[in-house]
Design a protein around this ligand. Structure first.
Ligand code: DC
Length: 221
């Protein structure tokens, strides 16, 4: 089945873009960050430390992550509980960034991600999709934006929800998350050699979607 891999740093707009591209292509959107976030919830709820190998091994033995789709929206299940509503907090994102650096955690999700891509046409986003999960993907995109622009987008999203936040603090957290995701030894975030690079700092959502769809057309997807 044809695959589109979209990798990039936190806050680059991958999920918004990937969802729209998937709709246009009649493909399913696979949010791999949400899978890592589900595992992070297990670590947080059970007060497990990703720096302690025995605790990581124990967690990976106990965890079962599955994916379903409701009205085209991905739902993530952790040991039979739909944890989708709890995934998008800073605490969960931070734990996901730390726990996803562990090989056992990545091994846990690799097969699930590859199985989805072998049974469906997918637009999959994450950090290592083009480099590691789907090296044969027909289209690979490395989507990024400046840390200032990513912080601005996040700030707008949070203030629209009525949350009080500080732009400089958000940008600092984004820079730290980049550092964590790019410098880890296992599956670090980096552009695949054959990926198309797109900096969306000065582009609108429809412009980014159109640019990616053009690449898909060229690849006959
Ligand atoms: O995209 P996101 O913010 O939901 O991802 C949360 C964390 O999960 C991110 O900091 C790094 C990790 N992640 C990963 O290591 N590999 C992926 N394919 C997707 C996410």
């Amino acid at each position: 089945m044809a695959s589109v891999a979209i990798d990039g740093p936190a806050g680059a707009g991958k999920s918004t873009i990937a969802k729209l591209v998937a709709k246009e292509l009649n493909a399913i959107y696979v949010d791999t960050g949400a899978m890592y976030r589900a595992i992070a919830i297990y670590f947080l709820r059970n007060r497990l430390d990703p720096e302690i190998p025995e605790q990581v091994a124990e967690a990976c033995e106990q965890i079962e992550v599955t994916i379903t789709y409701e009205d085209g929206n991905q739902q993530v299940w952790l040991n039979g509980e739909n944890v989708t509503p709890f995934l998008r907090t800073e605490e969960v994102g931070d734990m996901a960034s730390r726990s996803s650096a562990k090989q056992a955690v990545r091994d846990k999700l690799l097969q699930l991600q590859r199985d989805l891509a072998s049974s469906h046409k997918v637009v999959m986003d994450g950090r290592d999709i083009g480099t590691h999960v789907l090296p044969e993907a027909e289209v690979k995109i490395y989507l990024t934006a400046s840390s200032a622009e990513r912080a601005r987008r996040r700030y707008e999203e949070l203030t629209a929800r009525g949350e009080i936040c500080d732009l400089a603090e958000i940008e600092q957290a984004i820079i730290e998350r980049d550092q964590q995701d790019m410098s880890r030894t296992i599956a670090p975030l980096k552009q695949a050699e054959d990926a198309c690079y797109l900096d969306s700092s000065d582009l609108t959502i429809p412009e980014v979607v159109a640019w990616i769809l053009e690449k898909c057309e060229e690849a006959a997807i």
